[in-house]
Write a protein that binds this ligand. Sequence first.
Ligand SMILES: Nc1nc2c(c(=O)[nH]1)N[C@H]1C(S)=C(S)[C@@H](COP(=O)(O)O)O[C@H]1N2
Ligand SMILES: [Mo]
Length: 306
Amino acid sequence: MTNRNIFSLPYSEVTPKRDYLSRRALLAAAGFSFAGLRAAAATKLTGYRKSPFSTSEKQTPYNAITSYNNYYEFGLDKDMPARNARNFKTSPWTIRIDGEVAKEKAIDFDALVKMAPLEERVYRLRCVEGWSMVVPWIGFPLSALIKAAEPTSKAKYVRFETYFNLKQMPEARYAGMPFPYVEALRMDEAMHPLTILSVGLYGETLPNQNGAPVRLVVPWKYGFKSAKSIVRIRFTEKQPASTWMIANGREYGFYANVNPEVDHPRWSQAKERRIGEFGKRDTLKFNGYGDQVASLYSGLDLRKNY
Ligand SMILES: Nc1nc2c(c(=O)[nH]1)N[C@H]1C(S)=C(S)[C@@H](COP(=O)(O)O)O[C@H]1N2
Ligand SMILES: [Mo]
């Protein structure tokens, strides 16, 4: 069926999708390794420091993090990005900086990784579908790039646009959503010290299926805010529309803060399954980062601003 669309699936079809681990991902989650799954191009990253923002929770195994992915440009099933993104070309890579900035410019990936000291940030990642992982990202605060971009006083939002090319991503035509994938943050969210640009995980450069060469990570929001393979960062005065808001605004809002008290229209968000574990855990408000981020939303009705 080629017109399969994640927004039009009845609940009965969505449920198995949420609770289903492909055989390969299940074995990977159990710690088995698959020859050839680790991208040949993965390069060791050195000289990064550990961050006090890291959780000490058990890290999800490398093989699970890199074989159970959402990257719809490379296919809808969880094991498709790892298979279909193998030959994704991520070098050379530049990020265009534009909109409300002193001067529009392009930043080359080699310059990007030197913008700030690299850190290991072990974060929980909670997907809106009801699963979670603990990922040892390598990256640096997005605030470093924002400062270098010199936004004007009119810049209230930061919009992230990701790579899109049907030649490299032929499966994208079956995703039933508009590309390029766009996400956005309010300026204070973007400047928050927990918000990072990630260039690696488990001490190596990012695998393609996880958003090589550079992706956003916003740990207190549902995973879909963490845009992969970013090519453009635009500063705007008005709130940008994100891909998920355009595709289905009733189900996906601008904020997407992890919140066990606000159900998705088609399922509860109260619990989650940690990949590699059986049974469910309680989902934590702001994914457990409330002490650090709740103040950003004081006075905001989180039920209306989902
Ligand atoms: N460009 C792009 N970025 C994306 C997505 C996508 O489909 N395309 N999926 C999002 C979703 S729904 C999640 S949960 C996370 C998954 O990141 P991971 O595969 O590294 O765990 O990536 C997010 N970033
Ligand atoms: Mo997600």
